[in-house]
Design a protein around this ligand. Structure first.
Ligand SMILES: CC(C)(COP(=O)(O)OP(=O)(O)OC[C@H]1O[C@@H](n2cnc3c(N)ncnc32)[C@H](O)[C@@H]1OP(=O)(O)O)[C@@H](O)C(=O)NCCC(=O)NCCS
Length: 221
């Protein structure tokens, strides 16, 4: 059964985190944020070469429009349970076409690697002015470690940069070595670390309300 103890998500250098620790709060998960900043002399060539390396493996890398909804749902069903979820890095499921339409309506675009009509990898990105954030990036388990994650995320960076984005935000679970490596390969730098702290068992059994305060947290990937 899920714990109903309060959870706070705080930066690891926040004095309040240290104070909660002293009060018996326990770290139940770690997470991180990372940034990629493109300078004025932005050179797209390294990003293009990530895409080209994937295309040499008989896959097409491109933005996936509404026509890919069914294939994206199949991809989501195959990969959703692989996201390491923490209080700071939830993985909201895409259950049906409405969920995908809603995400698109909120400004998200999806870039994928596809073969024979099957989505092998996908990355969701959204641009606000010169800022971009990634929601999720995933690859089918059978297709990992072939450069497809960096390819789809590189394709998303190229498209967002063409739209004016210069600062790219992402983040993930502390345990997600693959995600950290993927982002570092693309030039992202880890900028912050977060702790998810769970309250000690209440000594007063009357204080039983469920609370999950994860408002200040990185949710992009
Ligand atoms: C994380 C994930 C997207 C990586 O996909 P991938 O296709 O295997 O990644 P790539 O092949 O493009 O590899 C990119 C880099 O990460 C490294 N890498 C990938 N998985 C790794 C792992 N588990 N541990 C360490 N390094 C890893 C690769 O070696 C490569 O490094 P290099 O450029 O120095 O050679 C994939 O494991 C996945 O779908 N996981 C489940 C969903 C998830 O957690 N997504 C991230 C959070 S949204």
């Amino acid at each position: 059964m899920r714990s109903l103890r309060p959870v706070r998500v705080l930066k690891d250098d926040d004095p309040e985190a240290a104070a909660l620790h002293r009060d018996g709060w326990r770290v139940v998960a770690e997470s991180w944020g990372a940034r990629l900043v493109l300078d004025d002399g932005f050179d797209p060539a390294p990003f293009r070469s990530f895409v080209e390396r994937a295309e040499q493996q008989d896959v097409a890398v491109a933005e996936l429009d509404e026509g890919w909804t069914e294939a994206l749902l199949a991809f989501e069903a195959a990969t959703h349970d692989d996201y390491p979820v923490t209080p700071a890095t939830p993985a909201p499921p895409l259950r049906d076409g409405d969920d995908i339409a809603e995400r698109r309506a909120a400004g998200w675009r999806v870039f994928g690697a596809v073969r024979d009509g099957v989505v092998l990898a996908a990355s969701w990105i959204r641009v606000h002015g010169d800022q971009a954030e990634t929601e999720t990036t995933a690859v089918l388990a059978t297709e990992r470690r072939r450069g497809l994650a960096v390819a789809v995320k590189a394709a998303s960076v190229l498209a967002a940069a063409a739209d004016g984005a210069r600062t790219f935000a992402t983040g993930g679970a502390g345990v997600n070595a693959g995600s950290i490596a993927m982002n570092q390969s693309l030039g992202y730098t880890l900028t912050e670390r977060w702790l998810s702290l769970s309250a000690p068992e209440p000594s007063d059994s009357s204080s039983g309300a469920a609370v999950s305060d994860a408002s200040a947290r990185p949710t992009t990937r």
